[in-house]
Design a protein around this ligand. Structure first.
Ligand code: FES
Ligand SMILES: [Fe+2]
Length: 427
């Protein structure tokens, strides 16, 4: 049965149709209206420091090569040969001076320029190689080392797109003198869920913590969220949840990293390092942001960041009912190797493919997709109305602010989502 996008999400976005999650026609609109038009996270500059360094990435289902050129510029090209479409880059990351397609050996440099066609010596009319390079991602920009690409040539600058989300991301990034680095290749796995639910979860759903994660999240941690927690929407579709700890909080209870660091994993050396970082946090990010103890962050449409375990994640859609997760461990660039190793372990044990929190979340997300597909329940959309209208401005922090139980982060996401799909819906 055909649908209108406005029937999937009501104006207040307090009711979301099950079809918004499960209908293949909705997914096709998402590709064009969202993934074809937004800024999408590709990689971090620390992964491609030297000329010839490259990593693979995706923009929705489109494979991308992100490479550092000889000019030190960053180039993003679609990983599909102009001859018959095979992927020309065959490994996840590395360093090279070019890519050779395995089918007929057309060769490209790391910027995507076509260098050679072996067969052209045997034909009379030589093709114009300047027109036959890999398709370029037309817009590539970076913020704080994070590389984004967009297929929309006329999109606003990345900094404007991130807007006030930079204030909250910077509360983490800017506290390290040398910035952060992404460690190695991402961990990748596929689950039978819709890409929007992991995203919604990390825009602001800390409400499931005391229940779904009851086995590992202690009651004191939940109480801290009730007492000091904020949910912020710096711009529709972005989101940040965190605790703003009182000024006299002992350093161990506010410093980044401590709660992710069960004492069996982090020894005295790690504790000392975290203490030192925090002692200088106010200088680096200001007194207010040094009291931010982050939980989950999300950047529209599909990038998220879990502060306590320093996991950066992208939800790559693979159809309405599949998502390929890419998850990177993020560490302070100037931390000693031994500390980076502990932080990596923390990332993986909580939010790797077998991570304890990841396992619990994944199961819930897969069950939600099944719930979005059942018959005879289309007249019962999902309820997104908790805390409606209870958000408002804050004197010291940008965006709309509320308690963490308010689902306005999800309503704002779906209002932006609806507008994006309506823009490409046939009249
Ligand atoms: S498909 Fe790549 S060279 Fe023919
Ligand atoms: Fe969770």
């Amino acid at each position: 049965m055909p649908f209108r996008v406005r029937d999937l999400v009501n104006d207040e976005a307090t009711l979301i149709s099950r079809r918004a999650w499960s209908d293949p026609a909705v997914y096709e609109l998402e590709k064009r209206g969202i993934f074809g038009r937004a800024w999408l996270f590709l990689a971090h500059e620390s992964q491609i420091r030297n000329p010839g360094d490259y990593v693979q990435a995706y923009m929705c289902e489109t494979p991308i090569i992100v490479a550092r050129g000889a000019d030190l510029g960053i180039h993003a090209s679609v990983n599909s040969c102009t001859h018959r479409g095979l992927p020309v880059c065959r490994t996840d990351h590395g360093n090279t001076n070019g890519f050779v397609c395995p089918y007929h050996a057309w060769s490209y440099d790391v910027t995507g320029r076509l260098r050679g066609i072996p067969q052209e010596r045997q034909v009379k009319k030589r093709p114009d190689k300047r027109k036959l390079g890999l398709k370029k991602v037309p817009r590539v920009e970076t913020w704080n080392g994070m590389i984004f690409g967009s297929f929309a040539e006329g999109i606003e600058p990345l900094e404007d797109y991130l807007g006030d989300m930079r204030f909250y991301l910077g509360a983490f990034f800017d506290r390290f003198p040398e910035g952060v680095e992404f460690v190695g290749a991402p961990q990748r796995w596929v689950i039978d869920a819709n890409w929007k639910l992991p995203m919604e979860n990390q825009l602001g759903d800390v409400n499931h913590g005391p229940f779904l994660h009851a086995s590992i999240v202690p009651p004191e941690a939940n109480q801290e969220i009730v007492d000091h927690g904020f949910s912020v929407v710096p711009g529709a579709g972005h989101g940040a949840t965190f605790r703003l700890m009182p000024e006299d909080t002992p350093i161990e209870q506010v410093a980044w990293g401590f709660e992710a660091m069960p004492s069996l994993l982090g020894g005295p050396e790690v504790h000392e390092y975290l203490r030192e970082i925090h002692a200088r946090a106010a200088e680096r990010v200001g007194p207010l942001r040094s009291r931010i103890k982050g939980l989950t962050f999300g950047v529209y449409p599909n990038l998220s960041f879990l502060w306590s375990n320093t996991a950066f994640k992208v939800s790559h859609p693979r159809g309405p009912g599949k998502v390929e997760y890419w998850s990177w461990s993020v560490v302070p660039a100037d931390a000693p190797e031994s500390i980076k190793k502990v932080l990596r372990g923390n990332h993986t044990s909580f939010f790797g493919p077998g991570g304890i929190l990841e396992q619990e979340d994944s199961e819930a997300w897969m069950q939600q997709f099944r719930g979005a597909n059942i018959d005879f329940a289309d007249d019962r959309p999902f309820f997104y109305g908790l805390g409606e209208g209870e958000e408002g401005p804050h004197p010291d922090m940008p965006g709309l602010v509320s308690s963490t139980a308010n689902e306005f982060y999800a309503r704002q996401f779906f209002q932006r989502w609806r507008a994006a799909l309506e823009a490409v819906e046939e009249a």
